[in-house]
Design a protein around this ligand. Structure first.
Ligand SMILES: NC(=O)c1ccc[n+]([C@@H]2O[C@H](COP(=O)([O-])OP(=O)(O)OC[C@H]3O[C@@H](n4cnc5c(N)ncnc54)[C@H](O)[C@@H]3O)[C@@H](O)[C@H]2O)c1
Length: 451
């Protein structure tokens, strides 16, 4: 099967990452050209961990690529989520049905339910898709890299600094093993952003001075305890409840500044080509006050400062019936970038206006590019480090708004304030518990220690 100069088959690359087999000296001699020597069309086995909305979407996109792919194993904490996902993926009326036909082979003995199913899935596949709530990401990503598997993982990649450090270490390992890693910060795969950034970085509006980034929206789903228990026909353990209603618990979600606003913060860093050195801000919860709203805020405002004194101004809000804005903007010495794809001179005339008509869906592009690289035996994608840094930027903002204090990047990244437990079981107490009235402690600025 192998006609590579190193005697490495594409099957080996799929399983181990080329460097693990080839050895780094040889690998660096042929850093991006491994594909030139592979001509087989081996099936690429895909495993899915976290079979919710995004995991199902990611699987449908992976299976819609033009490579020889097959979904062979799935894991979810809950059986019903896994079965629903499989039903959706095999729905003959789905718009992707034709593309994925014949590419799904997940018999019952390759469906894994519970906290440990990820291990079985990783063992069975070549490329792992990870789309659980982000609290689990460091554990799953590290396990996939240790096993030598290529990875697509959703953002954010952690909910605390300890998790970010774990992802940074695993991302280094992935590079050493030449494993492709794509992170679902899809703006990096979206034409309007790529064209915009290219022109910004080429200096079309001069030197950037300020960034403004926004995720102001009406909010997301709530999976309330009463309905969940009615569906189950019994009382849920606190762990079951928090795992179902994960958005509202920081060990699982990280708060919405981490879970959603990460996209915009990442774009700010991308524009500046830098990471912030400190942040200060404020936030709280005004409309998100129900028992099922857990412990997270509904608004955050943060000023991030970079080493050269530049600022990124960040707003995120989850409140219905307000003015919504999800976007990014930059100001430069010779003009501004008021919205993605738009550049305007200081005197107000258009320098560039991207027409997005016909642009490919970035969620699909992520998978097209990842699977093309894997199929060709190429090592091209190292998104893990940026995913970790974008996540840390958002966690830094959360630390600033929760504490009401100015927090430095280095002290935030070194924080030992761990949110995620080391072991998981359905009977275990989650890291935060409700009081006698069913309420969770809400961070109070000036009172809580976030470091
Ligand atoms: N890039 C994007 O634009 C985008 C869009 C939506 C969601 N996402 C991300 O995707 C992730 C999932 O979001 P979602 O909307 O699909 O949520 P979801 O609740 O629909 O799905 C999450 C699934 O993971 C399962 N799960 C939880 N813990 C698990 C574990 N330890 N092992 C296996 N399965 C586990 C849950 O039971 C659930 O089925 C989040 O990180 C979210 O931020 C990204």
């Amino acid at each position: 099967m192998s006609n590579s100069p190193s005697g490495v088959s594409r099957r080996d690359f799929l399983h181990l990452g080329s460097a693990a087999v080839v050895g780094s000296a040889v690998a660096s001699q042929f850093p991006m050209s491994a594909n030139a020597y592979y001509s087989t069309n081996d099936e690429i086995k895909i495993g899915l961990i976290g079979c919710g909305g995004r995991g199902t979407g990611a699987a449908s996109q992976a299976l819609s690529t033009s490579q020889n792919v097959k979904l062979v194993a799935m894991a979810d904490a809950f059986q019903d989520r896994l079965e629903d996902s499989l039903t959706n993926l095999t729905n003959p009326d789905a718009d992707f049905a034709e593309k994925v036909a014949g590419r799904i082979d997940v018999p019952e003995d390759r469906r894994f339910v519970g906290f440990d199913g990820y291990k079985d899935v990783i063992a069975l596949c070549d490329v792992v898709l990870i789309a659980t709530p982000p609290g689990f990401r460091p554990i799953h990503f590290e396990a996939a890299v240790n096993a030598g598997k290529h990875v697509f993982m959703e953002k954010p990649v952690a909910t605390d600094a300890a998790g970010v450090r774990r992802v940074l270490a695993a991302a280094e390992q992935a590079k050493a093993k030449q494993l492709n890693v794509v992170v679902g910060l899809q703006r990096h795969y979206q034409r309007v952003y790529l064209e915009w950034m290219e022109r910004i970085h080429a200096g079309m509006i001069g030197d950037l001075t300020t960034a403004r980034v926004y995720w102001n929206s009406g909010g997301v789903w709530v999976r309330d305890r009463a309905s969940l228990e009615a569906d189950a026909g019994r009382a849920l353990t606190e762990m079951e409840y928090q795992m179902r209603n994960w958005y509202y618990f920081n060990w699982l979600c990280g708060d919405h500044i981490v879970e959603q606003h990460i996209h915009n913060l990442d774009v700010g860093n991308w524009g500046f080509n830098a990471l912030p050195i400190k942040a200060q801000g404020q936030g709280g919860r005004l409309v998100r006050t129900g028992l099922d709203h857990g412990e997270i805020f509904d608004h955050h405002y943060v000023e991030y400062e970079y080493a050269d004194g530049r600022r990124m101004i960040s707003q995120c809000r989850h409140m219905p019936n307000c003015t919504n804005r999800v976007s990014e903007a930059f100001h430069g010495t010779n003009g501004s970038a008021p919205n993605p794809g738009v550049l305007v001179s200081s005197s107000g005339h258009d320098l560039y206006r991207h027409n997005s008509k016909g642009d490919p869906n970035p969620y699909q592009v992520e998978h097209d590019e990842l699977f093309a690289a894997v199929a060709a035996g190429e090592f091209k994608y190292t998104d893990g480090e940026n995913g970790a840094n974008a996540t840390m930027t958002a966690i830094l903002g959360r630390m600033a708004t929760y504490s009401g204090k100015e927090i430095g990047w280095d002290e935030a990244l070194a924080s030992e304030n761990r949110l995620v437990p080391d072991t998981f079981s359905w009977d275990a107490e989650p890291p935060v518990m409700p009081d006698a009235d069913g309420r969770y402690a809400i961070p109070v600025p000036g009172e809580i220690n976030v470091l």
